[in-house]
Design a binder for this molecule. Sequence first.
Ligand SMILES: *[C@@H]1O[C@H](CO)[C@@H](O)[C@H](O)[C@H]1NC(C)=O
Ligand SMILES: *[C@@H]1O[C@H](CO)[C@@H](O)[C@H](O)[C@H]1NC(C)=O
Ligand SMILES: *[C@@H]1O[C@H](CO)[C@@H](O)[C@H](O)[C@H]1NC(C)=O
Ligand SMILES: *[C@@H]1O[C@H](CO)[C@@H](O)[C@H](O)[C@H]1NC(C)=O
Length: 420
Amino acid sequence: MLVALLLWSSLHIANSDATALPTDEHGDYNGSDLIEWINSHPEGYVHPSLRIGRRIPGDSSSIIGTFVSSAPGAKPIEKDEVIATIPWDRMIGPGDEYSPTTFGSCQAIRNLASELKLGDNSQYAPYVRYLLTQSIEAMPGEWSKAGQMFLRQITADGELPPLDADWFEAAEYKNVWLNACRGSDDSIERLAYYLTSNRDEDTLMIPIYDMMNHSNDPDKLNTLSYKPNKVGDSFVFKASRRINPSEEIFNCYNRCHACSTHFREECETYSFRGTPDIFAHYGFVEEIPHYWWFDRNEGHQVTEIEFCLEKIAATGELSVSWINSTPGDHDKAFFVKHLERLKQIESNKEGLEGQLVQPDNENATSQEKMSRLEWEACWKYHNALITAIDAAIVSLNRIRRGNATAKLIVHDEYDIGDEL
Ligand SMILES: *[C@@H]1O[C@H](CO)[C@@H](O)[C@H](O)[C@H]1NC(C)=O
Ligand SMILES: *[C@@H]1O[C@H](CO)[C@@H](O)[C@H](O)[C@H]1NC(C)=O
Ligand SMILES: *[C@@H]1O[C@H](CO)[C@@H](O)[C@H](O)[C@H]1NC(C)=O
Ligand SMILES: *[C@@H]1O[C@H](CO)[C@@H](O)[C@H](O)[C@H]1NC(C)=O
């Protein structure tokens, strides 16, 4: 919380000096400065039908993202049309160190931190001003102590994913930024780290593109992106199907994971994250289809269990496809144990709420209570675990009874590379 407060106050100062962001008639950011800044570059282009704002303008509970405008006369964005071309010098990245096959870069985070510190004096000022308004408090690594301890209770101290090293006590921030990159622990550098962790495309921070929300639902996903092949090239994203007025424009943050239909084709990005990793890095549970992985630790031996969870459109039933091998009896016992444990936690939900959640009418005073946002995120993840584990057990039971054959996906080693 201390960090969050420090960050908040420093952003406050940065903002009061800075030019105000353009807003729609309801006071929500509309991105017109960014669009103008991209279009003012000879190679830059933003489709005239693109709208930045809330899903329902004026409704502060609806999410902020990118949409096709429904203003009178606005046209759909047709399949294969370019949604935006972002020139090289409108992106913040590792500079001359850029390579399309490098998936993480300390230099990129350092460059972003320098630009954020320059604020209005940055050559990327329209983008920097927007980035400075972003908050990191929804990221599990930045949650209150109470929120983090409760998520650890749900994951049985790391027996269930996500890995502690990806989030617990800001472990990844410390490992990557403070240790590997030798960064400093100040609020702007911390923001720069999390912004790259959340929003970059491999090593590039790309204005407008980074405002698209995530969907891995093949019926919703409607874009494809093309990274620069070399230093100096532009970044392009296109419509993968016709996108009608008022529809949301989505990106997929894990297009290339093991359950994706894009696997290997169209997979030029470092986006292999599974459902638990998406939760650890963004604080939300993605929609089904899911990719789940579990490491069952038995003494010094670790068994990897992986599966895809899909919904059968016709029946709404969940379907499990096992990756590489079908689990055995010990794996099933592991699932049964955790399912019971998770249900046990849920049976005391009300008691836990009183004990752990910051009352709405009280200001945050200690790390011993968590925000409502953290509480709700924990339960969404808890429910996702129950749904996935339950479906896994049902699938294994059917296979054991001989009433189903295992649906098995066999992948060769998929090397996710080294992030740094
Ligand atoms: C966005 O905000 C600016 C500044 O408030 C305003 O001039 C412009 O008309 C707005 N554009 C849209 C599409 O709402
Ligand atoms: C959608 O994207 C906006 C802009 O990047 C972000 O503020 C918001 O948290 C995202 N929502 C979800 C559900 O990911
Ligand atoms: C909470 O903080 C605000 C702003 O600092 C203050 O005005 C308000 O009185 C505080 N409320 C309580 C219940 O402490
Ligand atoms: C076997 O599977 C079929 C099709 O899903 C189902 O109709 C049937 O009831 C199942 N039988 C048993 C014994 O579970």
